[in-house]
Design a protein around this ligand. Structure first.
Ligand SMILES: Nc1ncnc2c1ncn2[C@@H]1O[C@H](COP(=O)(O)OP(=O)(O)O)[C@@H](O)[C@H]1O
Ligand SMILES: [Mg+2]
Length: 448
């Protein structure tokens, strides 16, 4: 299970950083007014300085919190960048100290002045903020544009990490939050598939034991492939896993991502993964076929570019340190070179008659009035819908019954199943309803 959130914000432990920065702000205002800093104040600054150095030591609080260490200049920048978010009074102070103070974020010019850096140190500061430098590469901060007077803001994940708050991001481009109640007991799948899903959960839950304590190799991920026709419960199963962990599930449509954002895809994905890193979230990538379907088929330069990007994408997903579930409707076209890259490959079958009975049982609204003649086994035998199809038909039947002001009867179900079958776009015949056909209202059957 995920660790309970600590009661005290871990932020308090960084207090020396904000106190020191507060002090530097005070010094700077005095300085700007031509006032001097006296010996007792210098002593106070030295004392704060020493406390800050202790936090920044290898193995110290910063490193423990972030998972990596930084240079002294980088820590100084990071603290200045985080301050307006974590200590709002410092945001006001920054705003007042900058001539164009319409926002609370410090610019490089302000940071340089705050830290009283000379020309040579200023150059170090400039380099620390270059696009390839650690602070940018690790996505600790963001600058809309380079330049000494541009505001520098922290990336939300750093703030979340330091405060111990869950990361409440707007979904990254192409991602949506999937928020549905779904538990093991709701999932209708063969026992072997449930077992595989539980094993996948072990890869997430027991990671600390296997990797940290037992020295097991850390392979990234874990990565699962859910393969099966639409409506067989792939997203539902992903929700069960996320709910079991108490984590959130984000869904990304890879097909859209790959085709719409050619060129920007990598940047978008990097943002997504940085946001997800170390966060209690499960990422689900739909239409994973986009990752392999077109491989090798190069017709124009754009295709080659897309191909390159696509194989890169899978590598990038693999490198992510957190659970990812890829889903696909096409099982047959997957070669073993592809499937070997997953810790778990789970096939989602179309439900058999026994499963469909279960699904009808669960998916009719639990408190709906239901006609006594409504035998779930009869419905299951009549038409081989997927779980998704049964869910839609059961709900549609409920609305029909509610509209008619009565209990859900076989006519409502026949009507709803007819509509569900017609959605697939092909011609629907009465035979497709099996024995349910006898209950289909004439006006529905003749209406096309
Ligand atoms: N195996 C299943 N067990 C329980 N419910 C299912 C199952 N398959 C589908 N459903 C129902 O159908 C809905 C749609 O299924 P979904 O998980 O979105 O399918 P997929 O992601 O495979 O296209 C689910 O929200 C759930 O209500
Ligand atoms: Mg789905």
């Amino acid at each position: 299970m995920n660790a309970p959130l600590p009661h005290v914000s871990p932020l308090a432990a960084f207090d020396a950083e904000w106190q020191r920065l507060d002090f530097l702000v005070w010094c700077l205002s005095r300085n700007r007014h031509g006032e001097t800093i006296d010996e007792p104040e210098v002593a106070r600054l030295r004392e704060l300085q020493a406390r800050v150095v202790a936090l920044r030591e290898p193995g110290g609080l910063w490193e423990a919190t972030m998972g990596f260490g930084l240079t002294p200049v980088e820590y100084d920048v990071l603290v200045c960048v985080l301050a307006p978010e974590l200590e709002p009074r410092l945001g006001w102070a920054f705003q007042n100290l900058q001539a164009n103070g319409a926002q609370p974020w410090a610019s490089r010019a302000l940071i340089q002045e705050l830290l009283a850096l000379d020309v040579g140190q200023g150059e170090l500061l400039r380099r620390a903020l270059e696009p390839g430098a650690t602070l940018r590469r690790r996505r600790l901060l963001r600058m809309e544009q380079d330049g000494p007077y541009r505001p520098i803001a922290p990336e939300p994940w750093v703030v979340a990490r330091l405060t111990g708050r869950p990361l409440d991001l707007p979904p990254p481009p192409g991602a949506t939050l999937v928020d549905q109640a779904a538990a093991w007991g709701d999932l209708v799948l063969p026992p072997s598939r449930i077992a595989m899903l539980r094993e996948f959960l072990l890869w997430i839950e027991q990671r600390e034991t296997v990797v940290e304590q037992w020295g097991g190799q850390s392979v990234g991920g874990p990565l699962a492939l859910f393969a099966g026709p639409s409506g067989t419960g792939k997203t539902f199963a992903a929700s069960v896993i996320a709910n079991e962990l108490g984590w959130r599930l984000y869904r990304v449509d890879l097909g859209r991502l790959v085709s719409k954002y050619v060129g920007e895809t990598e940047e978008n994905l990097n943002r997504l993964f940085d946001a997800a890193h170390g966060q209690p979230m499960v990422l689900q990538f739909d239409e994973a076929d986009a990752l392999f379907a077109k491989r090798g088929e190069v017709k124009e330069a754009r295709d080659r570019y897309a191909n390159m990007e696509v194989s890169h994408l899978l590598t990038r997903i693999e490198a992510h340190d957190g659970p990812c579930i890829l889903t696909t409707n096409l099982r047959k076209q997957l070669d073993s070179a592809f499937t070997r890259r997953f810790q778990m490959v789970v096939e989602f079958p179309r439900p058999d008659a026994a499963s469909r009975t279960e699904l009808w049982q669960r998916l009719l609204p639990p408190r709906a009035p239901v006609a006594p003649a409504l035998d779930r086994r009869f419905l299951a035998d009549a038409v081989a819908l997927t779980g998704g199809g049964i869910r839609n038909a059961a709900l549609h039947a409920a609305y029909l019954a509610a509209g008619a002001g009565g209990a859900i009867g076989l006519a409502h179900i026949a009507h709803a199943v007819w509509r569900e079958l017609a959605k697939e776009g092909r011609e629907v015949n009465l035979q497709d309803l099996g024995p349910l056909a006898a209950y289909l209202p004439m006006e529905v059957a003749n209406d096309d």
